[in-house]
Design a protein around this ligand. Structure first.
Ligand SMILES: CC(=O)SCCNC(=O)CCNC(=O)[C@H](O)C(C)(C)COP(=O)(O)OP(=O)(O)OC[C@H]1O[C@@H](n2cnc3c(N)ncnc32)[C@H](O)[C@@H]1OP(=O)(O)O
Length: 214
């Protein structure tokens, strides 16, 4: 049965999430999702034009799903972990259902758990015994190694590589092409800069960059 879904965020990642939904629908025998539209509290003119061009309705601000006449799924297409958590907490408190979206061009090994609200983009490789929490974003071509846990609201940007036996705690952002070496923990709310190589545990809340990341 086709399920209605609202995308939160008209920005770049929000529109990339629409691509993920389109790809899921294209490979299914019958469309899995019907995109009701996009909500955003402060969309830019250019982003509204992008939506119009692809024929995706803009519904208004983020309060809109609360008054939707039928039960609707949602996904938050916003890369910033803390902003994503704020929105998801409001929706979950109102018993809206979080959709989990996995692009068909993703490979997964044995025992991969993916939490509600997560978005896994094209080209992602997940090997074995991996756990993704709620509302995790894995952007294009990310790799995650064996026995690794990514907790809630983690964002991993394109081409980043999380090695085996790692723990990436809540609300961490790993920048584009960042690397986390095996067995390490990146503490809650930390940021790993683009192209950084993490070689030791990262203290919660810290921003680290460079090779080795400091
Ligand atoms: C499809 C997509 O677009 S997905 C999005 C992809 N983008 C990302 O993943 C971005 C990840 N974010 C970053 O790498 C950021 O630069 C951060 C978080 C590391 C730092 O951000 P800020 O604190 O705002 O740093 P700011 O831009 O002020 O730069 C501070 C200094 O760090 C340097 N710096 C910034 N980022 C990096 C980096 N990734 N690696 C090494 N040095 C860096 C700057 O050159 C500057 O150096 P200076 O003081 O000698 O001039």
């Amino acid at each position: 049965m086709t399920k209605p879904i609202v995308i939160v965020g008209a920005g770049g990642f929000g529109r990339e999430v629409i691509d993920v939904v389109d790809a899921i629908n294209a490979q299914a025998a019958a469309p899995e999702w019907e995109i009701v539209g996009v909500v955003d509290d402060s969309p830019t003119e250019i982003n509204l034009k992008h939506l119009e061009r692809r024929g995706t309705p803009f519904l208004g601000g983020t309060e809109k799903p609360f008054s939707w006449p039928e039960p609707v799924y949602y996904v938050v297409g916003i890369g910033n972990p803390r902003v994503r958590r704020l929105i998801a907490d409001r929706y979950d408190a109102a018993h809206l259902k979080a959709a989990t979206l996995v692009h068909p061009a993703v490979t997964q090994g044995f025992d991969v758990r993916i939490g509600a609200g997560s978005v896994v983009c094209a080209g992602v490789r997940l090997t074995t015994n991996i756990s993704l929490g709620r509302h995790v974003h894995l952007n294009l071509n990310v790799t995650v190694g064996h026995d690794t846990t990514l907790e809630d609201f983690v964002s991993v940007n394109p081409l980043a590589s999380i090695s085996g036996d790692c723990v990436i705690e809540d609300d961490v952002l790993v920048g584009v092409a960042g690397v986390v070496l095996n067995g390490l923990t990146v503490g809650r709310g930390a940021t790993v800069g683009g192209s950084a190589c993490v070689v030791r545990d990262v203290t919660p809340g810290l921003v680290v960059k460079g090779v080795p990341a400091k």
